[in-house]
Design a protein around this ligand. Structure first.
Ligand code: PNS
Length: 162
């Protein structure tokens, strides 16, 4: 049986931090299912639609067959069960991520004790990158080269008319 992990998030937009985690996750798992959430409260004002994010993620992994990009709605535990996956992969950047991630992992474990959350520390080159900052910096005309995959950079430049 191939070992598959679920890598969920909002990915608005995907960053080099996400990509690095995918690449490192693939050293431990045979495949990853990247799952883009559809109904997040912060989705009210998204930069990219869920469909655009799926395309950006697919482009960023450059057709790597080990990576499947899907969307999900509602509870992560339900989607994991539906996908028959029992490991969730998450990146941990810094102390600030810890509390939220700790609560989420414990809530998910309470909802489904079979589901494990596996954390990987973000690489030192990426710990300050977040989708939110990328969105803000790009919106305000700052250069996000090196922070996002090339296809995401092109999509941001198109969106903000550069
Ligand atoms: O990249 P993000 O925005 O930090 O990802 C958060 C995500 C999508 C992993 C999280 O919001 C999630 O799993 N939402 C689904 C709803 C759910 O299962 N909630 C209960 C666990 S707190």
């Amino acid at each position: 049986m191939p070992r598959i992990a679920l890598y969920p998030g909002s990915f608005d937009p995907p960053t080099n931090g996400h990509l690095s985690l995918i690449q490192r996750g693939l050293k431990m798992f045979d495949g990853l299912t990247v799952a883009v959430l559809r109904n997040l409260a912060k989705d009210k004002d998204p930069l990219f639609t869920v469909e655009e994010r799926v395309d950006l993620l697919k482009g960023a992994v450059n057709g790597d067959k080990r990576v499947t990009v899907k969307t999900f709605e509602g509870l992560l535990v339900k989607f994991a069960k539906q996908e028959k996956v029992n490991t969730v992969l998450r990146g941990l950047r810094a102390v600030s991520d810890f509390e939220y991630e700790f609560q989420m992992a414990n809530m998910n474990r309470k909802l489904d004790p079979e589901l494990e959350t596996l954390f990987m520390m973000t690489g030192e080159d990426y710990f300050y990158i977040s989708s939110r900052f990328v969105r803000d910096v790009a919106r305000l005309g700052g250069d996000v080269k090196g922070l996002v995959p090339a296809n995401v950079l092109a999509a941001l430049q198109e969106k903000f008319g550069k």
